[in-house]
Design a protein around this ligand. Sequence first.
Ligand code: ADP
Length: 244
Amino acid sequence: MGGRDATMVLLDENGIRCDGRKVDEPRRIMIKAGGLKNADGSAYIEFGDNKILVGVFGPRDVHPKHMSNTDTGILRVRYHMEPFSVGERKNPAPSRREIEISKVIKEALEPAVMLEKFPRTAVDVFIEVLQADGGTRCAALSAASVALADAGIPMRDMVAACASGKVADTIVLDVNNEEDQAGQADMPIGYMPSLEKITLLQLDGVLTPEEYKKCVDVGVQGCKIVYDIQKKALKDKYFGKGDD
Ligand code: ADP
């Protein structure tokens, strides 16, 4: 799957990872709020080599009507990977993985969105993964939060997301694609920093109770880094460069 060579060292004697990062260093993160003229809100994220575009539509009428809820709004999320987003062409049919990631992102966003403010309506979040390189669910969740805020959807907080994991017996921040495949554990975390609440936590791999705690702490620190970049993206659009 487009990995580097098989003899690749995941962590060298100086504590440097296969892509040159330190154990507590995230990949380069860039977020842009807005950009899609026909969406109510949008965002684009580059998280290392991940490139993801998110469009938000609504609140709007629900069709079919029986899916609506008289007491509250509903959130619908579609995570979709372009066939060209990975080295080997991905089958364009929706995969079980895309259905699972759509569900976990929806459930991670729900505690943040004030759905009770718009009963009978739906907010739709469309996530298009243009390029994938490990950690797309976290990058997509972070971008979706910015797109929801850009759409003016009332929110309690933004969800910032980042993974931690275990590589060469060491807990590291922001697992990349090679580390995900050759490493020992991967823990994607979604976190609302102002409310100090975790809304997404998955774990692939085996950790001791101490490692588990450390992984959560390291991941939450990563989410705080992402949160500052999310806020900057919104400030740049609404108070700064203002190019759209
Ligand atoms: P996440 O992207 O959230 O880390 P996974 O752990 O399921 O989710 O996937 C890890 C990585 O594997 C993806 O980011 C992507 O780079 C790669 N990948 C996922 N699905 C495919 C696929 N069908 N073909 C090739 N690579 C894939």
